[in-house]
Structures are given as structure tokens and as C-alpha cells.
Design a protein around this ligand. Structure first.
Ligand SMILES: Cc1ncc(COP(=O)(O)O)c(C=O)c1O
Length: 393
């Protein structure tokens, strides 16, 4: 009988089980919202990226329903053949105006936007200078581009400068950072890196996936927060987190966007969004423009919850955003913390190596504008009880 050529995968999984790092997927039984049912249990949900609570916003739902009735459920093609609908173009125009750039291209996800853009604009003769904690989609884009990759220690601007300074002036260089780092919730060194990019003629790129809808006026992102409009050549945003639906986009010059229309492989070779997705994203842009007080609520909740965790004595790292890690250390301890919190009615996902460094395993909490004070206090009480049981505080 033929031996299973994939048997080694089961052995890898056994190893994860032995190390206490095996995870089964938590299944959401109802809507993605502040209080929800996962695996049949009612929990306060601190694990989504639904920063503004838009996944269930009536205006987005109505827009999606109407677009489906009018245009159907699918686009039926990739953008470059028959799958560019008027609503896709309208969304790109609205996002460009919102981001104050010449143009925008929408991708199927933020991951596709990062990976598709970096791999399209560079080749093996070029160099990428990248923060060590940049998102996996940036790393994959860098690898796909076949450019040389030089990694600088997290937010170490002087190290980045030394790398750039020692490269030939004639070589094309991309300097790239996350705007908000997804595991630690700290902000990228955006303004300082812009200065280096200007001094040495680098292309400057910022992935604002966790900053869109969160930082800057009306949620325009870290470019607005740091007042560097016009100094970042390529801005990536996502429509899957604060915007409540799905997708990613690149904002920049008209030439950049038209080039990506011709060369970005996820754009060329994968079917475009259903009309309902584009319509709900348009409704989300309306909300950011017309109801910015929703972002204020997010920040009030963030301050309340973050202060509560710090007062309890948890190690919350260097977070500056609604993402607050609670660092446990060992991978198995972080998983235990997450599991016990879940039993106590709070869902905060455990994260261990290789997602974060081996000794910095954690649970990651993300509050949203939709959480009530009572829900956040309930979560803090659960953290206090479980944290004491595990000797973390
Ligand atoms: C920093 C960062 N960039 C990009 C992405 C990808 O975005 P999306 O979920 O829309 O693919 C994520 C999502 O986890 C992220 O955290």
C-alpha cells in the first residue's frame, strides 16, 4: 500500500500538541461583535479587528443588500477582463479623495495589496530596507520580488539609515514599515523614515492596515497622524478591519496605480470583490467622513481598558493603539492565559512563536468602539482573576 507522503505533517502537529501550542479554530456562532458566541460560549470579544463595530452596522448591511439586489452576488471576472464594475471604480475614487492621494487601487485583501505591490514594483537588482516586525504580507512581497532584503531592528531608525547610506546611490531602494504593528500595537517610525527616504532617494511605503479608521483625522491613518501627507509614496490600507468588510488598497500617484493595474499579480489573476463588498466599503467611508465621533469612542474605550490592565500590573509592552498585548513570556503560559480567560467569559487570542518571538508569547486584546464600559470592566475583572491564578500579576 502507498505510504502517506504527508505523514510528516501529522508528526509536526503532534509536536505542537506536546508543546501546548496546538490550536483548534474558534468558531463564531453569531455576529462579529463586542459580545458574541464562540464555540457555543457567550464571551466578551477582544479578538477581532472590528475597531469601529462596522461589521454589523445597519448602513453597511443596507448597502450590501441593495448592491446584491441590483448587481448580483459576484463580479464574475478579474478586474482586467470583465470584473471592473462601476462600483469598484467609485470605491477607488472615494478612497483616493479620503486619503488625499491622486489614485487608489483596491485589492481582494490587505495581504494581496502588500504582497502584490512590493513584488510588482521591484526586481532582483533592487533593495528593500524593512523593519524586522513588518507584517507577513510585506515579507512575502519582498521575497516574491527577488530584491535583496535588509532588515533593521524594530524602529531602529539609525540602523535603517546606516543600511541605506552604505548602498550604491544608483540602486533602487524601498524603505518600508507598518504604520501600526499588529502584534505590539506600537507605531512605526514613519516621520523619521520619511526623512531618510528623502535624503537618500528611497521609495517610502507604509502599511496602514491597523491605522486606517483608527489614527489621524477621520481615521486617515498614520500619514495624517504624523502629518506626512505627500511624503509617503505608497500607502497600503485595509478594508477588512476598521472598515468592517473585506479588501485592501494602495493609495499613491496615478502612475503607481496604473502600473499596478498592469503588473500586480493578485489584481490581474484573482476575481474582484462582489458588489456587496464594494458597496459596504463605500458606506464605511461615508461613516468615517460623516460620523468621526465613532473614532472618539474607540479611543475612550482604548484608554479605559489599557489603563485598567496597567493598573492591574500586567506587562502590556509598548502599545500606543487599541491593540494591547498582555505579555506572558512562554508560549504555553500565554495559551493557558487565553484558555482560562475564555472559560471566564473573555475571548483574547493567545499568540506564540512563530507569530511573535519565543519569549514574548502573549494574549492580544483589541477593544472596539462598540464595547460598553460594563463589558470592558467584566473583561478587566476576568484578567485580574486569571492573571493572579497564573502568577502574572
Ligand atoms: C499589518 C497588517 N498588514 C496587512 C494585513 C492584511 O490585511 P487583510 O486582513 O485585509 O488581508 C494585516 C492583517 O492581519 C496586518 O495586520
Amino acid at each position: 500500500m502507498r505510504q502517506d507522503p504527508l505523514a510528516y505533517l501529522a508528526a509536526e502537529l503532534d509536536l505542537l500538541r506536546e508543546q501546548g501550542l496546538y490550536r483548534s479554530l474558534r468558531v463564531l456562532d453569531d455576529r462579529q461583535q463586542a459580545s458574541a458566541h464562540f464555540d457555543g460560549r457567550a464571551v466578551i470579544n477582544l479578538s477581532s479587528n472590528n475597531y469601529l463595530g462596522l461589521t454589523t452596522h445597519p448602513k453597511l448591511i443596507a448597502a450590501a443588500r441593495e448592491a446584491t439586489e441590483t448587481f448580483g452576488v459576484g463580479s464574475g471576472s478579474v478586474r482586467t477582463i470583465a470584473g471592473t464594475m462601476a462600483i469598484h471604480m467609485e470605491l477607488e475614487r472615494r478612497l483616493a479623495a479620503f486619503k488625499k492621494t491622486e489614485a487608489v487601487v483596491v485589492f481582494q485583501s490587505g495581504f494581496a495589496a502588500n504582497a502584490g505591490t512590493v513584488s510588482a514594483i521591484l526586481n532582483k537588482d533592487d533593495v528593500i530596507i524593512s523593519d524586522e516586525l513588518n507584517h507577513a504580507s510585506i515579507i512575502d512581497g519582498c521575497r516574491l520580488s527577488r530584491a535583496a532584503i535588509k532588515v533593521f531592528p524594530h524602529k531602529d531608525v539609525e540602523a535603517a539609515r546606516r543600511i541605506v547610506r552604505d548602498l550604491p546611490a544608483s540602486q533602487r531602494k524601498l524603505l518600508i514599515t507598518d504604520g501600526v504593528f499588529s502584534m505590539d500595537g506600537d507605531l512605526g517610525a514613519v516621520a523619521d523614515l520619511c526623512a531618510i527616504a528623502e535624503e537618500y532617494g528611497c521609495i517610502m511605503m507604509v502599511d496602514d492596515a491597523h491605522a486606517s479608521g483608527v489614527f489621524g483625522q477621520h481615521g486617515r491613518g498614520t500619514i495624517d497622524h504624523f502629518h506626512v501627507h505627500g511624503r509617503v509614496d505608497i500607502q497600503v490600507g485595509t478594508l477588512s478591519k476598521a472598515m468592517g468588510a473585506l479588501g485592501g488598497y494602495v493609495a499613491g500617484s496615478r502612475a503607481l496605480i496604473e502600473f499596478l493595474y498592469h503588473r500586480a499579480r493578485p489584481f490581474l489573476f484573482s476575481t474582484s470583490h462582489p458588489p456587496a463588498v464594494a458597496a459596504s466599503c463605500l458606506a464605511a467611508v461615508d461613516i468615517l467622513e460623516q460620523e468621526p465621533e465613532i473614532i472618539d469612542r474607540l479611543w475612550e474605550n482604548t484608554r479605559f481598558f489599557k489603563t485598567g490592565l496597567v493598573k492591574l500590573g500586567f506587562n502590556t509592552g509598548l502599545s500606543e493603539s487599541p491593540i494591547t498585548p498582555v505579555i506572558a513570556g512562554e508560549g504555553s503560559l500565554a495559551m493557558k492565559l487565553s484558555d482560562r480567560l475564555f472559560q471566564a467569559g473573555v475571548f483574547a487570542q493567545g499568540l506564540a512563536f512563530p507569530t511573535v518571538a519565543r519569549d514574548k508569547a502573549r494574549v492580544r486584546t483589541i477593544v472596539t468602539a462598540a464595547h460598553t464600559r460594563e463589558q470592558l470592566q467584566f473583561a478587566l475583572d476576568a484578567f485580574a482573576k486569571v492573571g493572579r491564578e497564573l502568577g502574572l500579576i
